[in-house]
Each structure stands twice: as C-alpha cells, then as structure tokens.
Design a protein around this ligand. Structure first.
Ligand SMILES: *[C@@H]1O[C@H](CO)[C@@H](O)[C@H](O)[C@H]1NC(C)=O
Ligand SMILES: *[C@@H]1O[C@H](CO)[C@@H](O)[C@H](O)[C@H]1NC(C)=O
Length: 384
C-alpha cells in the first residue's frame, strides 16, 4: 500500500504542479486588509504583518486570489498574556449561502492557561464539524507553522508539520466535500468573548488591550481558481497539462524523487480511485515519453538530413568535376578522330599517288612519296 500511496501522491503532486504556482509574494502583493486597516500594519519588507484588536475594532486580511486545492501555509505568533475572549482565526472560505470553509481558530485564554485550537469544515454551507485540540507548546512565545493542506482526497490541518486532523473525501457515501468552489485565504483577530473562553464565561479584559497577533511568511502552493473551469483543471491532468509539466517532473526517475509523504492515516478510499490515479500517472508519463522520443527522433532525422545534404553536395562537386573531365575527353576524342581521318585521307592520297605512278617532281627531282613533303600532299588531297 505504501508504494501505491506514493504513486498516487506523485500523481497528485503532478496534478497540483500543473496549475499551481507558489504565491510566495509578500503580504501587500497577495493580500489586503478587509477590516480594521487603521490599526493593523504590514511590517518590514512585507513578509510580516500585525493584526490588532482594541475597543474600536478587530482586524482582518484576505487573499486577493481564490484557490482550489493546495497547501496554504502561515507562520503565526498568537496574542500573549491575558488573551481570554479573543479569537485569532486563519481559514479558507468561499462566499455565498452554500459556501465551503476550512478553519483554524485559536481561542485565547487567561494568562498561563492554554490556548485551544478549534477546527471546523463547512461544505456547501453545512458545518457542525468542530474538533478542538490543545497545543503542546506556548503559541505566543514564537511563530509556529499552521498549514491547511487540501487536495481532492483529503483536507489535513498541520501544526508545525504535524497533522492534527484529517477530513477525507467521503462523497461516495453522500458526505459533502469542498471541491467545487474556489476559496480565499483569510485571517482575523476579533472579540468572541460571548463563546470563546470557557464557553463565554471569561470576558475580554480591555485593560490588556491592544491585543496583537503577528503573521509571517504566507505561502500558497495552490491551484488558482479561475471559475468552474478550474474544477477539472485543478483535479485531473489533461494532455495539455502533461505537456506543460516542467522538466523536473519528466520521466520516471525524477518523478519518484518528487514523492511527498502524507501521514500514515491518509489512505485512498477505494481501489477504483487508486486505479484511476495510477492510470492518469501512466497516461502522463507516456505522453511525456512520447514527446521525448519524438524530440529525439526529430533530432536524429535532422542530423540524417544534414548528413544527406552534405553527401549531395559532395556528389554535385564530383559530378561537376566529372562532367568537365568528360567534356575534355570528348574534345580530345574529336581531335583524335579528326587526326585519324586526316591521316586516313593522307594514306589514301599516298596510295592514289602510288597507283598513278605519276610521281611529281619536287624542286626538279623525282622523289618517292615519303619525301614529297607536306605541301605536295596537301595540294594533291585538295585537288582530288
Ligand atoms: C509548514 O508546514 C507545511 C506542512 O507540513 C510544510 O510543507 C512547510 O514546509 C512548513 N513551512 C515551514 C516554513 O516550516
Ligand atoms: C483555558 O484554560 C482552561 C483551564 O486550563 C481550560 O479548561 C480551557 O480549555 C482553556 N481554553 C479555553 C479556550 O477556554
């Protein structure tokens, strides 16, 4: 099961990788104040933030973008001292009557008493799924990592990388699951002394105000919500998405090193789901392999063509050389053949001279034809 779970996680990581981008922007880039901006502030280079609650109001921020699936990570240092009656919330939420919501709420307490971590999840407007936890450290002494990990199969609440709660997708059993609506990321600090501490018994001590919570290093490794089209885009890798996969996800060996481990109690609910995800993985790997081999064979073909072109050029040069040689041969041949016919004519002429025995005199002497010399023969040939 461990191997197949790893396989499935690879697929999920691939899935999210296609569309997600790490929003590691600073607070001003990725978020804005939706409440109490007058007394809250962004600090330093924009990676730090302070929310304030006093008698005038609480305060809050929200992300500019909505997401569907991903890892939403925030470092928080909670209100110290007497924080009874205050609530610091870090949550995802969509809007509308049938909204989805995934919550971390930190319920303050009197000095020295432990904070309570209150978690909840709403699907299509339905909540009532609270679970509470006590932390194993003082959350006011330093920043701690609160991460909501949300994929098509499960929602996991992490505190310092320790999963404290898992909400699995049991849609097949008729239980709602947040997978149809993009959610924005919110955080707020507010007065909840009608219920937060000991069920509302302990009220806010305003003499301890202003109450301040500190935030740092918001990260959203998440699939951006662009409307309903994102429902399939953020879930299933299509052919195009496979092709867009960055090189680091190429091939088996690299993919295996991208395996992310989830806590042991996350399992996939049905063999069907597992098979589906495995098939998608194989599908993607095949497309990638095909693309690679196409690229490879293209390169081979190009190299072959270049080779052929070079050969053709060599042959052309050779052909030019040969045809020049041929022309030369032809010229030589015609020269030779005219020389031969010339010689034949001379032989004829000599034979004719012999036959006529009419030896001409040359410079007053009777001579043999061999001694006639050029001029006489030429004269004779032309007069035949
Ligand atoms: C916060 O926790 C998440 C979930 O375990 C982890 O992926 C992330 O790397 C952590 N971030 C920091 C800064 O430790
Ligand atoms: C506050 O401290 C009391 C006493 O330890 C504890 O019972 C309670 O759960 C704590 N948290 C809240 C939110 O009341």
């Amino acid at each position: 099961m461990a191997t197949s779970r790893a396989l499935v996680m690879v697929v999920f990581m691939l899935t999210v990788a296609f569309h997600s981008s790490v929003v590691n922007a600073t607070f001003p880039k990725s978020m804005y104040f939706n409440w109490g901006a007058h007394h809250s502030s962004i600090l330093g280079k924009g990676d730090d933030l302070r929310l304030v609650l006093d008698q005038t109001s609480g305060s809050g921020i929200q992300s500019k973008r909505a997401f569907l699936f991903g890892s939403l990570e925030m470092l928080i240092k909670l209100v110290p001292g007497n924080s009874a009656g205050t609530v610091t919330a870090y949550y995802l939420s969509s809007t509308g009557a049938k909204h989805d919501e995934i919550d971390f709420e930190f319920l303050g307490n009197s000095t020295g008493e432990p904070y309570t971590v209150h978690t909840n999840i709403f699907t299509q407007g339905q909540g009532n799924r609270e679970q509470q936890f006590q932390l194993w450290f003082d959350p006011t002494a330093d920043y701690h990592n609160y991460t909501i990990h949300w994929n098509p199969n499960a929602v996991v609440w992490y505190v310092d990388s320790i999963p404290i709660r898992v909400f699995r997708n049991y849609q097949s059993e008729g239980i709602g699951y947040p997978n149809q609506q993009g959610m924005r990321v919110y955080s707020s600090l507010w007065n909840a002394d009608n219920w937060a501490t000991r069920g509302g018994l302990v009220k806010i001590d305003w003499t301890a105000a202003p109450f301040e919570a500190y935030y740092r290093r918001f990260r959203a490794r998440a699939c951006k919500w662009n409307g309903p089209v994102s429902i399939s885009q953020c879930t299933i890798p299509t052919r195009a998405q496979c092709l867009e996969t960055p090189p680091k996800y190429m091939g088996h060996r690299r993919a295996r090193s991208e395996v992310v481990t989830l806590p042991d109690d996350i399992s996939f609910d049905s063999d069907h789901e597992l098979v589906l995800f495995t098939i998608m993985k194989i599908f993607c790997i095949r497309i990638r392999a095909n693309r690679q081999s196409t690229a490879l064979s293209m390169e081979r073909k190009m190299r072959y063509i270049t080779e052929l072109e070079r050969k053709v050029q060599t042959l052309q040069t050779e052909a030019t050389y040969l045809s020049a040689k041929l022309t030369l041969y032809r010229k030589t041949k015609s020269l030779l053949s005219s020389t031969i016919s010339d010689s034949e004519r001379r032989a004829h002429a000599i034979t004719a001279l012999y036959k006529s025995r009419n030896y001409p005199t040359y410079r007053g002497t009777t001579t043999t034809p061999i001694e006639f010399g050029e001029a006489t023969i030429e004269h004779y040939v032309h007069n035949q």
